[in-house]
Design a protein around this ligand. Sequence first.
Ligand SMILES: [Zn+2]
Length: 251
Amino acid sequence: MISGGSCLGQKPWPYKPGVAENYAGVIHSTDPSAFASIVYVGQQAKTVFDRRANNNNGGRIKIEAHVFTITWSDSLSSKLLANPDIGDLTTVTAQAERHARIVGLLPHCLRSLIDRIVLHGGNMALGGGNRGLLLYSERTMRHETKAGKLHEIMLHEAAHNLGQIMQRSPEWVAAQNSDNAFISKYAQDFPQREDVSESFLAWFILRYHRHRITEEQANTIRDQIPARLKYFDEQNYHMSPVEADAGGPRE
Ligand SMILES: [Zn+2]
C-alpha cells in the first residue's frame, strides 16, 4: 500500500486547502449508497500500512485483522481489514459496516478500483492508492461531524486509485497543459500526485451536484479546468449509485 505516487506512504503530509474544504458538505450522507451486505470472515494475520508506525512516519505493521467481505449492489465486492485497536468485535463490526455504507456512496468507477479497505482506530489522515483505501475511524467521525467534509475527502482519496492509472497518460497531461491552471492550491503544489483527485472531485461536484453549489463556485470549476472536465466527460464512467441531484438535469 506504500507508494510515492499516492497519498499513501507520504510522510509528513502537509495540510493544504483543497477542493474538499472548499466544497464541504456537497455530498450528503443520505445520498444513495451501493452498500448491500457485509460478512465477517474471521481474524487473520495481515500486513497493513499504518501512518502511526515508526513514530508517525508510517510503515507496514502486522495485525490480527478482523476481515470482512463487503458486497456492493452492482456486483462488485471489496475486502475490509479492521485493526483490533478499534475495540471488541461488536464495536469493530459496527465500524466496519459504518465505513462500508460510507464507501458505498462512491461511484462504481472508483469502487471497482478498491480491492482492500484498511480500517484502523485513531485519528490520522485518510489515504488512497494501490487499489485500496486507508481509513481511521476517529478521523472519519471528525470529518463527518465536525468538518462536514467526509464524503468529499473519501472521493478524493478513492480517486487516487484512478490517478495511478491515468495521471501520466498523454491525454491527461495535455488537458493539464491546456488548462494551465489548477482547481486548488493542493493540486498546484502536487501536480502529479494530487491533481487527478482534486480535479475528479471538482468534476463530480459540478456534473452531479451542480444545484448544491453556487453559480460562482460552478464558474470557478468551469474556468479553472475546462480541458480536464472534458477529459472526465469523455471517459463515460460508470457512476452508479450516484444520481444527479433533484434540482435539475445533470450538467
Ligand atoms: Zn490526496
